[in-house]
Design a protein around this ligand. Structure first.
Ligand code: SAM
Length: 294
């Protein structure tokens, strides 16, 4: 589905994006463009781009954020899925050394070739309907990432930083807080986007770091977290019974298996995953296919 609206509705003093008159945003690509330069500058202050930083920007759109990254002397590799935006971005930001444009789906991109000499920084005002897929794609490549600053739907942001015990605490919270320090930086009103989304947005920063307790097998850890939160109303004993024999579960004496997954801290979650013997983890390996992909 597409929107049709006149560009003059959002031409105001804070608007500096060169938007072609006949462009129709696609809802299927989550195209809500950020047009307020004050908000953009606030995001840029949070990003604090430095000369020498290499940013991977997810979905640059018309380059609202890109221009600030390049102005700071940083490198930016922009990954945009919409072919209609490619000529515009190429014309606006030119060629290397500091700018590279990749016409692709971020979910399909191997970031390793871009991280030759230093860790990458991911930024973007991303399409909300595929947030978890985009975030997990990034997390699956966390070894080469320094940090990630994304504008996401506010509710998702609140889940990402949620503490154990509440209904917001789930897969996104556990994965985010296991492999990074996650912070909700500020909330953004729908009024600064065109078309205007129906929800509030928020800027989240993940600073990647090693887990608080070493994890024996990260693939299995993620699979286990997904499994137990897939049945979050069940006790651990019931959801784990799908993964492990009663004999193995019998040996878990460090955790009350009558508890529900949302009550477990990150450290407890890791302790539980680390407990399973290698043989058992191999049996469950099918669960981990794609690791953090969804
Ligand atoms: N960054 C721009 C801004 O703030 O105005 C655009 C933000 S808009 C919410 C999301 C952008 O991501 C669009 O340009 C859209 O075409 C692009 N996009 C959507 N799905 C994508 C994907 N899977 N991979 C890369 N880009 C994608």
């Amino acid at each position: 589905m597409t929107w049709s609206f006149t560009p003059f509705t959002f031409l105001n003093s804070n608007h500096a994006v060169n938007w072609p008159r006949d462009f129709q945003p696609k809802r299927s690509l989550g195209q809500n463009f950020l047009l307020d330069e004050n908000v953009l500058r606030k995001i840029v202050r949070a990003i604090a781009p430095q000369p020498g930083d290499h940013f991977i920007e997810i979905g640059p759109g018309f380059g609202a954020l890109t221009k600030y990254l390049l102005a700071a002397g940083s490198r930016c590799t922009a990954i945009e899925i919409d072919q209609r935006l490619i000529p515009h971005l190429q014309q606006e930001f030119g060629k290397p050394p500091n700018f590279a444009l990749v016409h692709a789906d971020f979910r399909e991109i191997d970031l390793k070739p871009f991280a030759k000499d230093k860790k990458l920084r991911i930024v973007g005002n991303i399409p909300y309907h595929i947030t978890s897929h985009l975030v997990f794609t990034a997390f699956s490549q966390r070894e080469i990432l320094q940090d990630m600053i994304l504008t996401v739907q506010r509710e998702v942001a609140e889940r990402i930083v949620a503490a154990p015990g509440g209904k917001e605490y789930g897969i996104m919270s556990v994965i985010s807080q296991t492999f990074a320090q996650a912070e909700l930086l500020f909330v953004i009103s729908p009024h600064v986007f065109r078309p205007k989304p129906e929800v509030d947005s928020a800027v989240v920063r993940w600073r990647f770091q090693p887990p608080p307790v070493p994890i024996r097998d990260a693939t299995f850890y993620v699979a286990m977290v997904k499994t137990i939160f897939g049945q979050r109303r069940k006790t651990l004993r019931r959801s784990l019974s799908k993964l492990a024999s009663a004999e193995v579960l019998e040996k878990i004496n460090f955790l009350d298996l009558q508890r529900r997954p949302e009550t477990l801290t990150i450290a407890e979650m890791i302790q539980l995953a680390n407990f399973f013997p290698d043989s058992q983890r191999n049996e469950m390996a099918y669960l981990g296919s794609g690791e953090l992909r969804r």
